[in-house]
Design a protein around this ligand. Structure first.
Ligand code: NYM
Length: 213
């Protein structure tokens, strides 16, 4: 008897630095797995690859790179994982991804040297997320959070420009979530959105789309 393959959903969390994405991605994946929905946590940059290692050194200020070059490395770090991403989705596992191409544009285009449209080009055609959740937290509130300022980009004027770039990327399909609330309250809200989305099953019969095409 044949059975229609049910692919996993591609879910992305985005937001400025210290908006709580990493904690929430972790809690979401745990909750999905507990409820019997196969899910994995991914993140970009994925610092464990050779390309990701260079990106990580750059973020930790261990090396300097031309703005264009590092933008393309962030993008290459996504492209190098596309075959594994598609295979994992095909096998029915949902991916919850901590940052994606939207971070690529929002952060790079916050630099005066880089043009917004140029920044989008290297990510055109990546697997398109089925669901994008934007954790919205004011720049002042983010700056109060622990460890703020440790890495490159974690300065208030820069983060303000990042937030403006996110606003320019957003469309009606993005779900904007107020991230100023407590960890558990935020988790409950995200879990409810994601579980409803996954269980609705709209993506199961649909091929993975291509971003910005
Ligand atoms: N970042 C992340 C970029 O500048 N471009 C990208 O394409 C991606 C995915 O890296 N400040 C920036 C945003 C963050 C930093 O991310 C590291 P994280 O989630 O703090 O590890």
């Amino acid at each position: 008897m044949s059975r229609i393959a049910r692919r996993g959903a591609l879910i992305v969390l985005e937001g400025c630095d210290r908006s709580g994405k990493t904690t929430q991605c972790r809690k979401l994946v745990d909750a999905l797995n507990t409820d019997g929905i196969p899910a994995q946590l991914w993140r970009f940059p994925e610092r464990d690859t050779a390309i990701g290692q260079v990106v990580s050194d750059y973020l930790e200020r261990k090396c300097e790179l031309d703005d264009h070059a590092v933008h393309l490395l962030f993008s290459a770090n996504r492209w190098e994982l596309v075959p594994k991403m598609l295979e994992t989705l095909k096998n029915g596992t949902t991916l919850v991804i901590d940052r994606y191409a939207f971070s690529g544009v929002a952060f790079s285009a916050a630099k005066e040297s880089l043009d917004f449209e140029w920044c989008k080009k290297s990510d055109v055609g990546l697997p398109r997320p089925d669901l994008i959740l934007y954790l919205n937290l004011g720049v002042e509130a983010a700056a109060q959070r622990s460890e703020y300022g440790g890495e490159r980009y974690e300065q208030k004027p820069f983060q303000k420009r990042v937030a403006e770039n996110y606003a320019a990327l957003m469309d009606d399909d993005w779900k904007v979530i107020d991230a100023a609330k407590g960890i558990n309250e935020l988790h409950d809200e995200l879990k409810s959105i994601v579980k409803n989305f996954v269980l609705k099953g709209d993506v199961h019969g649909e091929p993975v789309g291509k971003l910005w095409t």
